[in-house]
Design a protein around this ligand. Structure first.
Ligand code: E4P
Length: 219
């Protein structure tokens, strides 16, 4: 099971890495835009430095296949060969995924709303598939069923691809994605931390602290 953080906020990344068992970081242009102003390449390098030994998934902004290949090569030169380039699963994207894999790059297929998109990305050689769980739910697409169907295809064909659930807005969605077969999830740090500090949890711990005080000091 892999837990990744879905953010480009340097403070949130640092706190999450210190506290949580995270194995990677994901961004997209909209997530990065929320952190402006910055120099794009410098911001990516800072994120990379904050997460040594973790996977970093950066989305390509280009739409044409040739431009995607160039952008991916630039990202690899900037961030290292272990970088994962996120490629939206469109016609151009699927073509780019096949060519990027031939060039030995790590690929995360993204913007997945339909199981068939994911299945095509698996056949094209993608390393991770990122279904957009909340957005699917908002569009009345059963993301749990879709994850299960993609997982069955991966397992039956013995493909190395992993499902990376993304676009979460509540803990129930995260748990359902994992339950339905996601190998990994990427979650905003605040949502991850919210599971650890609900009133039920903090009240229970406060009661234990009071009782500990009583049994150790008699007060
Ligand atoms: C991460 O890889 C995705 O791009 C992200 O989770 C999408 O989230 P959103 O639906 O909140 O934009």
């Amino acid at each position: 099971m892999e837990w990744m953080i879905d953010t480009a906020n340097l403070k949130a990344i640092k706190e999450a890495v210190d506290m949580l068992p995270v194995t990677g970081v994901t961004t997209n242009p909209s997530i990065l835009k929320a952190e402006l102003p910055f120099d794009y390449e410098e911001q990516l390098k800072k994120i990379r430095l904050l997460m040594p030994g973790c996977s970093m998934h950066v989305q390509l902004g280009s739409e044409e296949c040739g431009a995607m290949l160039e952008e991916a090569a630039d990202l690899r030169a900037l961030l290292g060969k272990d970088i994962y380039v996120k490629v939206p699963v469109t016609e151009n994207g699927i073509k780019a995924i096949r060519l990027l894999k031939k060039r030995g790059m790590n690929v995360t297929a993204t913007a997945i709303y339909y199981p068939m998109q994911g299945m095509l990305a698996v056949s094209a050689g993608a390393d991770y598939l990122a279904p957009y769980c909340n957005r699917m739910e908002q569009n009345e697409i059963d993301f749990g069923k879709a994850i299960g169907q993609m997982r069955d295809m991966i397992d039956l064909g013995n493909y190395p691809a992993k499902i990376l659930g993304a676009s979460f807005k509540n803990a129930g969605q995260v748990v359902r994605a994992i339950d339905c077969g996601a190998h990994a999830v990427t979650v905003a740090p605040d949502l991850l931390r919210s599971a650890l500090k609900s009133a039920l949890v903090t009240d229970a711990v406060a009661a234990f602290t009071r009782d500990y005080q009583r049994i150790t000091t008699g007060e």
